[in-house]
Design a protein. Structure first.
Length: 285
């Protein structure tokens, strides 16, 4: 199947830089700091669940930015020929072992999962460190965008996946949406776990993939009112979307890292995620 090759300037052409899609990054990061008060990047039960089958993992260089090689974590089943790919975008803590574990879980479900590194080798060890890294990513938004474009290119050209989905949590949830907006029909399924949203219909117009949105009713960083605005905007455009708000769940309730884990909500969200990807990425030609 012929896939599009996306030029490095596509994000800028579409006007999808981080500063162009809603509330300011400063507002968002400050809200995330409040939501993660007292939190730490310990492994949650989501990351401690062992893959159901044997998977092969390796560190791979998937991008190069101004001469700097960017290394991610690739997980796949032993026989991965012809399987769809996933771009897995970390929480605001960064690409740590917990996110790597989630990539392994996705691989066990039949995907070639590339966990990207938007912090370029750094991870947050506490809330202050995570906020610092999130702000640094904000300040180099075009570089982050190019990082993700090259991640797509790696799966498409080096691995040869027939379809690609994208998923992220928290910080990564927002970038999951933005990746789908920028790459258009290069992305075949988009999953957003309580990430920063775009509510302007004009800016959501480039979206071509179906969307699964996972949110918590107690999340003040991504409040339910904003989720409903997002849902309404997608509906007005005729976009395919399934939005779920879990009652009694906080921000980060299904994160690989952290202390906000809500087992009932997280396990249901995982099942919805796996079903969604199967329906949209594993369909027959």
């Amino acid at each position: 199947m012929m896939r599009k090759v996306f030029p490095c300037f596509l994000f800028a052409v579409l006007g999808l830089s981080t500063l162009a899609v809603g509330q300011t990054n400063d507002d968002f990061i400050a809200r995330m700091e409040r939501e993660h008060s007292g939190d730490s990047p310990v492994a949650s039960p989501a990351a401690e669940t062992q893959p159901a089958v044997v998977v092969v993992t390796e560190e791979v260089v998937y991008a190069e930015l101004d001469g700097k090689k960017i290394t991610g974590f690739l997980a796949r089943p032993e026989n991965s020929k012809g399987l769809p790919g996933l771009i897995v975008i970390h929480e605001w803590w960064g690409l740590n072992d917990n996110v790597r574990a989630m990539a392994g879980r996705f691989a066990a479900e039949g995907y070639v999962a590339l966990a990207v590194d938007l912090y370029e080798g750094e991870v947050g060890e506490d809330r202050e460190g995570a906020a610092r890294l999130a702000r640094a990513a904000r300040d180099r938004a075009q570089r982050v965008e190019e990082n993700l474009r090259q991640a797509w290119g790696y799966l498409d050209q080096e691995v040869g996946v027939p379809r690609t989905g994208v998923i992220g949590w928290c910080f990564g949830g927002g970038w999951s949406l933005r990746t789908a907006l920028a790459l258009g029909d290069g992305i075949d399924a988009t999953v957003i776990y309580y990430g920063r949203l775009v509510t302007d219909p004009a800016k959501l117009e480039p979206l071509t993939s179906p969307v699964l949105g996972i949110f918590g009713s107690l999340d003040q960083g991504i409040p339910v009112e904003t989720v409903r605005e997002f849902e309404s905007a997608l509906d007005s455009l005729g976009k395919e979307a399934a939005i779920h708000v879990y009652e009694g769940a906080n921000h980060a309730f299904a994160n690989p890292s952290g202390t906000r884990y809500n087992a009932e909500a997280a396990e249901d969200a995982w099942e919805k995620t796996i079903t969604f990807f199967a329906q949209n990425l594993r369909r027959s030609e």
